[in-house]
Every structure is written in structure tokens, then in C-alpha cells.
Design a protein around this ligand. Sequence first.
Ligand code: SAH
Ligand code: SF4
Length: 352
Amino acid sequence: MDKIDIRSMDENELIGFLNELSQPKFRANQLFKWLQQGIDDFDEMTNIPKNLRDILKEKCYIAKAEIVKKFVSKIDGTVKYVFELFDGECVESVVMKYEHGYTICISTQVGCRMGCSFCASGIDGLYRNLTPSEMLAQITTAQRDNNIRISNVVMMGMGEPLDNFDNSVKFLKLVSNDNGLNIGLRHISLSTSGVVSRIKDLKDYNFPITLSISLHAPNDEIRSSMMRVNKKWGVDELLSACREYQKVTARRISFEYALIENVNDSDACADELAKRLRGIMCHVNLIPANPVKENSFKKPDMNRIIHFKERLIKNGINATVRRTLGADIDASCGQLRRKVKEENVCENLQSN
Ligand code: SAH
Ligand code: SF4
């Protein structure tokens, strides 16, 4: 029998579920708080009667993220985790310390089917979507393990959040609930490779999150050579969806641009990028591309990166180079999981 994923339920759903069990409404609020605030075991829910806990154990499961590997940077304390999920699949998360508090980068899928050429997460395709509860569990486990409160979330780990749209939206609602982790939507960024149809759907929710677009190139020729998704929705279509999104949400959009030597780092690219972004209230995040073992591209040297940034700024575009955190435990998006998989740490991954 399939058990119910109770941590993915909102309070109304819990009320309905408990009603079917002839339980009073107020239990939903108690249960919601325990589940959302990170209690992984029904027996720790001290204000829930034992007989109800037993029924819940029989009918439901609490999604967890269990630590399989953990790397702590000696330079800046950044922590990278490989978490194991209930079925033995693994995902990565990273906890970073900034002046304003702790930020976690969470995964939204196991693997990814978008197939961007520079990214390790997509090499083996998509295994499965994460549930809202599995996105939450990455945060609660990391909080507990470090004894901290995480104040910011970026959905920038493994996977394409807009390819797992309903679960990502549900996660946003749960994580910002004031009976739950209560992380404000203004403190959350969602990064997408540019699934235009879903950017349009997300706009209708009018969440005050930061939308982050992995643009990486100023035109279709270069972008299509790096990102398959661009063959479906080209740069023009993507940027016009961004303009529409901004009209509704009035939020600044962040554009990610991973610089790869001799691919997208020329002056002409900087000029074209500035021209295309004109009129969008935005910020460009320049990322020195992280080399991936399975690939041969290189990041430009720092002078080139600074020059690119300054050329954007001269053209009126807000731009910064992303600070590198955890350089000594470096493994870009998806790489850590692949390494763990090769070492056969996760049971289920052995047979894949
Ligand atoms: N799928 C979403 C979010 C996860 S990827 C997206 O693509 O936006 C998070 C970010 O890491 C994206 O901006 C992605 O383009 C970037 N990224 C992936 N591999 C990288 C690499 N090797 N070097 C630099 N950035 C990379
Ligand atoms: Fe998927 Fe994002 Fe990696 Fe592209 S960059 S393969 S969309 S995780």
C-alpha cells in the first residue's frame, strides 16, 4: 500500500484528512507545526495522542533528507550535503553563510532532463521529481545539523524547478507559512533555464520571490549550442516572458550568466547582452563556469571576467561577479551526487 506523504499537506488538506479519521480540526494545526518545523518522527509529537500517532504511522510517511555525505569548507564554513531520500535516491544541498544570515541552495529534482551542455546534473537525465516535503526536508535537516535558522532559500541545486511546477509552487506556499518554517517569499529565489510556458504560469501567482533566469548567452546561436531548452523557446520569447512577468510582479529579475572561455565571453557578447536586457529592471550575476569532469570547457581568466562585467556596467546594466564560496569543497551542481553514485554510497543508485 502506498503511504500518504503527510509533510506535503497544507493545513486545509490536513483538516480534511483528519476529518476522515474522525479527529478534531485543531489537531491539523498541531500536526502541521510539527511536520513543517522539522520533526521527523510521529513519536516526538508530544501533544498528539498515542492512538492517533499509531494510525498516522500506519497510513502516512514523513519525508526525510538523511545525510549521506557532508563536506565543510575550511575557508568559509560552507557546507555541502548529499542527502538520501526514502527510496535511496540522492540530492545535493549547500548551506552558505552570508552577512545577513544562512542561505540554503536546494534541489528540486533527482537529475534533470533539460540537458544543458555545461551542467553535471543533466548528464544522466531525470530520475524523478522531488515532492514539496523533500524540498522542505533539505532545509529542516540542514538547520538541525548546524543548529541554525536558515533565512534564505535558493532553488538552484539539482533539477529544473519549473519542470516540477506544481510541487515547486506547493513548496513555496508551505515554506513561507507562518506556522511552518516561515521563510518569507522575498527571501527565496527560483532559478530556471527558461521554461517559458511555466514562467507565464508562475506570473499568475504573483509571488514576491526573485526569479532568476539562467540566460548564459545573448543570442539564439550561442544559447542553443549550450541549452536545449532554447530550441523550444528562443531568447526573444524568453525575454518577452520576463518583461510580462515583471509587469505583474514588479520584481527585479536576476540573470545568471556562466562565463565560458571563447564561447560567450567576448566584448560583442557583452554588448549584445546589454542591448537585449535594456528596459528590464534586472541584475546580471556573472559566474565563472565551473569545469565539469565530463566536459572540456574552461572558465575565462579573472581579468576577462572583470572586463566583461565592466562592459555591461558601462552599457547601463547592473552586474556583479558571484562570490565563490566553498572553493575547497568545490563540486558544481550535480557533480557531488555523481561522485557519490560512482562510489556506490546510495543503495538504490548502485543498480542505475
Ligand atoms: N535548473 C535551474 C536551476 C538549477 S541549475 C537552472 O538551470 O537555472 C543552477 C544554476 O547553476 C543555473 O544558473 C545553471 O545554469 C548553473 N550551472 C550549472 N552548471 C554549471 C557550471 N558547470 N558552471 C557554472 N554554472 C553552472
Ligand atoms: Fe538542468 Fe539547470 Fe543543469 Fe540545465 S543547468 S541541466 S536546467 S539543472
